[in-house]
Design a protein around this ligand. Structure first.
Ligand code: BG6
Ligand code: BG6
Ligand code: GLC
Ligand code: GLC
Length: 921
């Protein structure tokens, strides 16, 4: 038997179409359309990235504050990128006249921009074209952005007036404008340490420290964002310019300071400032040597006590002299020449001694720099919780570059101080401009990304005029719906609820609440007819999606089953209670206890319900179950239930608003305006209407407006726009969401404003940004392609002001989206734009409703309360505020109070049942 099976198996294998096994084998190579779309999107993203790549372009650069002022052009050759050596640089040094160093700051910047213009002219660089420019500015600045930095103070040999506290970038821009004829965009300003770190970082990814030992001295390093109070953000790193030259300005180094340091400081441009710098950097080393030599000579320890005028003159010994004196072979000879130049007549012992002075001074310098560097490296190591640290320090500056012993000494001491760190030192071969150009390129890319994100979100940002138009259209829709006897976009469905509660309602009622996020069954007990003495018991049931979208019979059987469970839970199976049914879908009502479902909305699509009376459907299901009995007295929309529930607390409440899974509003309309009901009531005879009212829920009329008969109208405002009237504000993302919905073309307003759709709109925007390479590194994941991932609760969490970016990131992570810090910022922004628009649109709609009520009543000023429910309103951090603000602006003659419903619409349904029941009793 087994053999037969095997044979037939082999036989069937032999018979098989040979392409099939190939298909199976190469399954992964066969791509279906979705995959192709994805690949195409990724490719597009790559192309976009390639075009806006930071690795290509031409930048102008200014380098001000070192020993030379330079103008440069940095070209990054296409296709090669900086890393592969595709950088070409042309530079020119422009001397700065001495008087400008101590003149007016604006004049110094005038010289800078004139030099720039000259450079462009000399190199035949077009003056008309817009040139991006990077600015290396080597003085302490408080930076608030890459292109903004406020000067804290000058230093070194600079002392111009009038710029302290000013934004240096702005000053440069103004100078460029004054010069005229230059179209330059200053993209970024960087300190020379930062630019040096970036320059060296091209070739060495471990380069996270920048060090300058030149005219001045300073260091920068990559600090964890969480440690930088001045910057928003909690993850990642940012380069911090330490301005370590100012170490000791608070006298903390006083015990290390010699009389020579004090003299150098006293004679400097900035006494009391940059104490550490004055012990280390090139601007002061020669001077320190001179002062020591002078003092020794005066004490008779050198030159037989003879002193020359030259030796007495400030600046006569320079750093270059110091370097020359310490040269390996020629050092002594150089020393002799230098001293002879100073009109001294040194003996060979004098030369040895002076050389030694020089060595001690420069040694101290490198030792102090090493100590500073060791502090920085230890911090980085601690920050990262590492036992050993591998790191590279990018270095620049004339002292480091020209002093023969300096680098070796510095390296040695750093390594001695930090034996557990592997420190590499890289000399910046081409100055700081390459790095500055990179920073600018990144700034340029960020600016272009920002522009693209802004452009994407622009259609969501509605102007006051647009909101005004929405209000006008909503108003027209309300009016048309009241008049229309046939279908209208805003249905304006009569509810057969003629008044809000008066507090006399009493008894026990069952309430069923279907159509929001969950199904709820409630028992409501109004005790002794006393207001605020209500007992409420409830149980929440979820309705599975397959039930929402299965057959009508299944849906109503499921509801009957939940009710049965609830009655068991309450021990009331045999109570035969009067019940109110909150059914949150559009129903055409002819009485309080009948409602024909016009069409499903939101996530429901059960068959054989549309066009049927939902009360009968429920009664039939209860009958089929044959287990308990219910007396269904009223069917109400959730807006109506909510209004009633809130009106029980506040008699001014005559509007009900839902901003949840769906969105809708009901309000008390005057009967005379409800022209569509004339059909049912016959001619517009007030008396006849009154008569009908008595059959409904009319109790005792309230004082004041007793003479104006009203009925609550369920507007079904979610349908605004179904005739195309909102097409001018609808974005391609909304179009997509509409097309993917259960009811394409329907409920267009609802799809712009309610919880069920906002997350989807956000997802569509994120998909687009990702395809454009602006998010998630351009990677469209399966998660992002999954409908429904952004529920209202997540949007609410993401937009919470209390959340730090790291937490936003962790929410996205929970959703399966791996994001960077920048991604989180963009996602938050998208959520904000989408939810703000939703709140504004609801506010505009609300303004239309309250204005209508005000005009109905012929009032100059209307005070009214809106009862509100729905997760979007209640959970979202900004929705309620924006909605209220918009309504306030667009309906300035109305004072609208928003009262969140506390127990949902069930209490309201019970109140309506109570009134209807009392009528019948
Ligand atoms: C240059 C950099 O190489 O070094 C400048 O391009 C920097 O940005 C300078 O300020 C520091 O050295 P020095 O010795 O010129 O002050
Ligand atoms: C509930 C009401 O509190 O809010 C329901 O009882 C209503 O009747 C619902 O439908 C609306 O909010 P959501 O967010 O559940 O759709
Ligand atoms: C001075 C400046 C500093 C600069 C350093 C090296 O210390 O204050 O910004 O980095 O010189 O040029
Ligand atoms: C949908 C329904 C409407 C309901 C609203 C809020 O718009 O059509 O009847 O009031 O959602 O739940």
């Amino acid at each position: 038997m087994l053999a037969v099976h095997l044979v037939s198996f082999f036989f069937s294998k032999l018979q098989e179409d040979p392409t099939k096994k190939v298909d199976r084998f190469l399954y992964a190579m066969r791509l279906h359309d979705d995959q192709l779309k994805d690949i195409s999107a990724r490719f597009q993203a790559e192309m976009k990235k390639g075009l806006s790549s930071e690795k290509k372009g031409q930048f102008l650069a200014l380098d001000l504050g070192g020993s030379k002022f330079k103008v440069l052009q940095v070209k990054v050759r296409e296709g090669m990128g900086i890393k592969r050596g595709g950088v070409e640089m042309e530079e020119r040094t422009y001397p700065i006249p001495k008087e400008l160093l101590i003149g007016k700051g604006t004049e110094l910047f005038g010289h800078v921009s004139e030099s720039l213009k000259d450079f462009l002219h000399q190199r035949n660089i077009s003056l008309e074209k817009k040139h991006p420019l990077a600015f290396t500015f080597s003085f302490p600045c408080e930076q608030t952005a890459l292109d903004q930095g406020f000067l804290l103070g000058w230093g070194k040999n600079y002392r111009p007036r009038g710029l302290q506290g000013k934004d240096v970038v702005q000053t440069l821009r103004e100078a460029i404008d004054r010069t005229g004829g230059l179209d330059v965009e200053v993209l970024a300003m960087v300190n020379d340490t930062v630019a040096t770190m970036m320059t060296c970082g091209f070739d060495d990814e471990y380069c996270e420290v920048g060090l300058i030992i030149g005219t001045g001295t300073n260091a920068c390093y990559m600090e964890e964002l969480r440690h930088i109070d001045l910057v928003e953000g909690d993850e990642g790193r940012m380069c911090v310019n330490t301005e370590w030259g100012g170490f000791g300005d608070d006298e903390s180094l006083n015990d290390y300071i010699t009389e020579f340091d004090r003299d150098v400081d006293a004679a400097s441009n900035n006494p009391g400032k940059q104490i550490f710098e004055k012990m280390i950097s090139g601007m002061y080393l020669g001077e320190l040597v001179r002062l020591v030599v002078l003092k020794m000579a005066k004490l008779g320890l050198l030159f037989d006590g003879r002193v020359s005028d030259a030796l007495r003159t400030k600046g006569k010994i320079t750093t270059a002299h110091v370097a020359a004196m310490e040269e390996y072979k020629n050092g002594l000879k150089n020393t002799k020449d230098i001293l002879t130049e100073l009109d001294l007549n040194p003996s060979s012992d004098d030369c040895i001694a002076v050389q030694h002075v020089s060595t001690i001074v420069s040694f101290r310098s490198s030792n102090l720099a090493a100590a500073g560097l060791a502090a920085i490296l230890s911090r980085i190591k601690q920050n990262r919780n590492l036992r050993t640290l591998r790191i590279t320090v990018g270095v620049d500056g004339t002292v480091y570059k020209t002093h023969p012993q300096y680098p070796k000494r510095l390296h040695k001491v750093v390594r001695r101080l930090l034996p557990e760190c592997h420190v590499r030192f890289v000399l910046s071969d081409s100055g700081s401009s390459k790095g500055a150009a990179l920073v600018s390129a990144v700034a340029q890319r960020l600016a272009s990304q920002r522009r693209q994100v802004d452009e994407t979100l622009a259609p969501f940002r509605l102007s006051q005029e647009q909101l005004q138009l929405v209000k006008t259209r909503m108003r027209a829709g309300l009016e048309a719906g009241l008049k229309s006897k046939g279908p209208s976009t805003i249905k304006m469905l009569p509810s057969f609820v003629y008044r809000t509660p008066d507090g006399t309602e009493k008894g026990k009622y069952l309430a069923l609440d279907l159509g929001g996020t969950n199904f709820r069954a409630l028992l409501v007990n109004f005790k002794k007819g006393l207001q605020h003495n209500v007992r409420l018991y409830h149980k929440i049931y979820t309705i599975p999606q397959e039930i929402m979208q299965g057959t009508g019979e299944e849906l109503f059987d499921h509801i009957a089953q939940c009710v049965s469970d609830f009655l068991d839970y309450m021990g009331m199976k045999n109570a035969h209670l009067p019940a109110g049914f909150t059914f949150s879908f559009p129903c055409e009502q002819t009485a309080i206890d009948t409602g024909t479902l016009v069409s499903w909305t939101k996530g429901y699509k059960a068959t054989d319900c549309e066009g049927h009376d939902v009360v009968s459907l429920l009664r039939e299901a209860i009958k089929r179950r044959n287990e308990f009995d219910l007396d269904i007295v009223a069917v109400v929309n959730d807006t109506v239930g909510t209004m009633m529930s809130c009106a029980y607390e506040d008699p001014q409440c005559e509007i009900g608003l839902i901003a949840g899974t769906g969105t809708n509003v009901c309000y008390m309309e005057e009967l005379k305006n409800i022209e569509k009901t004339e059909q049912k009531f016959g001619k517009t005879e007030e008396g006849e209407k009154e008569e009908h009212m008595d059959e409904g829920t009319e109790g005792e009329k309230k004082e004041g407006d007793a003479e104006i008969p009203k009925m609550c109208i369920n507007t079904e405002w979610g349908g605004l726009g179904d005739d195309g009237s909102l097409d001018d504000i609808i974005t391609p993302y909304d179009v997509e969401v509409n097309q993917n919905s259960l009811n394409p073309g329907k409920q267009r307003f609802e799809k712009l404003t309610s919880g069920m759709y906002l997350g989807e709109v956000v997802r569509q925007v994120l998909l687009d940004l990702t395809r454009g390479g602006l998010l998630f590194r351009g990677h469209v994941t399966e998660t992002l392609k999954t409908p429904g991932i952004f529920q209202t609760k997540y949007l609410s969490q993401i937009e919470s002001d209390r959340l730090a970016l790291l937490q936003v990131r962790s929410i996205l992570q929970q959703l399966g989206l791996n994001s960077t810090c920048d991604d989180s910022i963009i996602v938050k922004e998208v959520c904000g734009a989408v939810s703000r628009r939703a709140a504004q649109l609801c506010g505009a709609g609300m303004a239309a409703v309250v204005e209508k009520i005000r005009e109905n009543r012929g009032l100059v000023h209307l005070n009214i309360t809106v009862g509100v429910d729905g997760a979007l309103y209640k959970l979202h951090p900004h929705f309620a505020g924006v909605l209220q603000e918009t309504a306030r602006i667009l309906a300035p003659q109305c004072n609208v109070t928003f009262l969140p419903s506390e127990e949902g619409s069930g209490k309201g349904a019970a109140l309506i049942t109570a009134v209807a029941r009392q009528k019948h009793d």
